[in-house]
Design a protein. Structure first.
Length: 299
């Protein structure tokens, strides 16, 4: 949650009704110097039909590191909150916007509240498979990558709802590659594994689907080039609840150009070397990371 959200009177609360303290962008995320501490961020707006399945799939998947799942209920009115209240798992945290503010705003709330050293967005609509996350983590765990994307490759374990959506994605991805001299396969994949300190240093401002583009633009502008690990994708239709439309494609191009031709990014947004140590509560001599986030830090 940003200071502007405070000024607008927006109040974010946890599932027990207490206000959520936003993390200052200057604070360093905590994690082990030898491994990954993952926060999975799941924005949800009127996803009562799928939210339980999505959460259970994420929590049931196997991971090589400690994991927390933050679901941000973005002002849902269809029973999403009630469905979430029936799930009990110490790794799950539910935050709520009192009014709908947009997917980007929900992700920014998760970024501020996250306790890991890496963050990965994951949609609540069942278009992606949680079983793919461990493969996306592998390049970071093995030390060969800092940023990892999970592209949806046409013809490889993917189902698109229409040709025009695929072409739209290819066109905006091409625009990003031309503007930033990059070679991304899929700029709009939900699966983006990014260091939390880097995300917090980006001064993110988009509230809607444009945040997806803003993150990629600032990752590329900072000099990072994502390692790509293809993932499964099963697109749903507008009748099934898909919310993105052609206006979001136009907004994407605007954001790409705005970030590309903005003044030079602050030093904090340039490539960073991650070296983060766990707090004393979880510091240990062993090089094996604990299986879960410690309770002392989960309250």
């Amino acid at each position: 949650m940003t200071n502007s959200a405070h000024r607008a009177g927006v109040r974010i609360v946890s599932d027990n009704g207490t206000p959520v303290r936003p993390v200052d962008p200057g604070e360093t995320a905590w994690g082990s110097g030898h491994g990954l501490w993952l926060t999975i961020a799941m924005p949800a707006y009127n996803e009562a039909a799928t939210i339980r399945t999505a959460v259970n799939e994420v929590l049931s998947a196997a991971y090589p590191c400690p994991v927390e799942l933050i679901v941000v209920d973005d002002g849902s009115t269809d029973g999403t909150a009630q469905a979430l209240s029936t799930i009990s798992d110490p790794r799950l945290r539910v935050l709520r916007h009192q009014v709908n503010r947009g997917k980007g705003a929900a992700l920014r709330t998760a970024i501020q509240a996250a306790r890991g050293n890496y963050l990965l967005p994951f949609d609540a609509d069942l278009e992606y498979r949680a079983e793919d996350i461990s493969q996306v983590l592998a390049p970071v765990v093995s030390g060969v990558a800092t940023v990892v994307y999970g592209p949806r490759l046409f013809g490889w374990n993917t189902v698109y709802q229409s040709f025009r959506y695929k072409i739209g994605n290819l066109a905006t991805t091409l625009a990003a590659n031309v503007l930033y001299d990059s070679a991304l396969s899929d700029m709009h994949t939900c699966i983006k594994l990014v260091p939390l300190p880097l995300l917090r240093q980006m001064s993110l401002s988009e509230a809607g689907f444009g945040l997806d583009t803003e993150i990629t633009a600032k990752v590329l502008r900072s000099g990072h080039r994502p390692f790509e690990v293809p993932v499964h994708y099963y697109s749903r239709t507008h009748g099934q609840g898909k919310k993105i439309n052609w206006r979001d494609g136009v907004r994407c191009l605007v954001v790409l150009a705005r970030v590309r031709f903005a003044a030079a990014p602050p030093r904090a947004e340039r490539p960073i070397a991650l070296r983060m140590e766990p707090p004393e509560a979880i510091r240990r001599e062993s090089t094996e990371p604990p299986a879960a986030f410690p309770q002392a830090l989960a309250d």
